[in-house]
Write a protein that binds this ligand. Structure first.
Ligand SMILES: [Zn+2]
Length: 103
C-alpha cells in the first residue's frame, strides 16, 4: 500500500521515501518568507542610504541652523531661511548660466 503525506498529500510507495521527502508547499512558504525578509532588508537599507545622502546634500550651514532651531534659538529659524534662500538663488543663477541642473 502507498503512504500519503499528511501535509502535502503526496503519495509514496515506501515509508522511507515518505520520510525523506520535502513537502513542496512548505518549501515554497519558506522561500516566500525568506524573500520577504530579504526584500524588507533591502528597503530598510535603501531608506538608510537615502537619509544619509539627504544629510550629506544639505550644507553644514543649513544643518547647523536646523540644530539651532531645535534648541530654541529663535534667530536660527531666520538664519536657516536666509541660508536656504541664498542657496536657491545660487542654484538659480548657476542654471541661468547654462550649467547642468546637478550642482
Ligand atoms: Zn509532504
Amino acid at each position: 500500500m502507498s503512504h500519503r503525506c499528511d501535509d502535502c498529500e503526496e503519495k509514496f510507495e515506501t515509508l522511507t521515501s515518505l520520510r525523506l521527502h520535502d513537502c513542496p508547499e512548505a518549501d515554497d512558504e519558506d522561500d516566500w518568507e525568506q524573500e520577504r525578509e530579504e526584500h524588507l532588508r533591502q528597503i530598510r537599507k535603501l531608506e538608510r542610504e537615502e537619509n544619509e545622502a539627504a544629510k550629506r546634500a544639505a550644507s553644514t550651514e543649513l544643518t547647523d541652523a536646523i540644530e539651532g532651531t531645535e534648541t530654541g534659538d529663535d534667530t536660527a529659524v531666520y538664519e536657516l531661511l536666509a541660508h536656504y534662500e541664498r542657496h536657491l538663488t545660487e542654484v538659480y543663477l548657476y542654471r541661468r548660466q547654462g550649467n547642468s541642473p546637478c550642482v
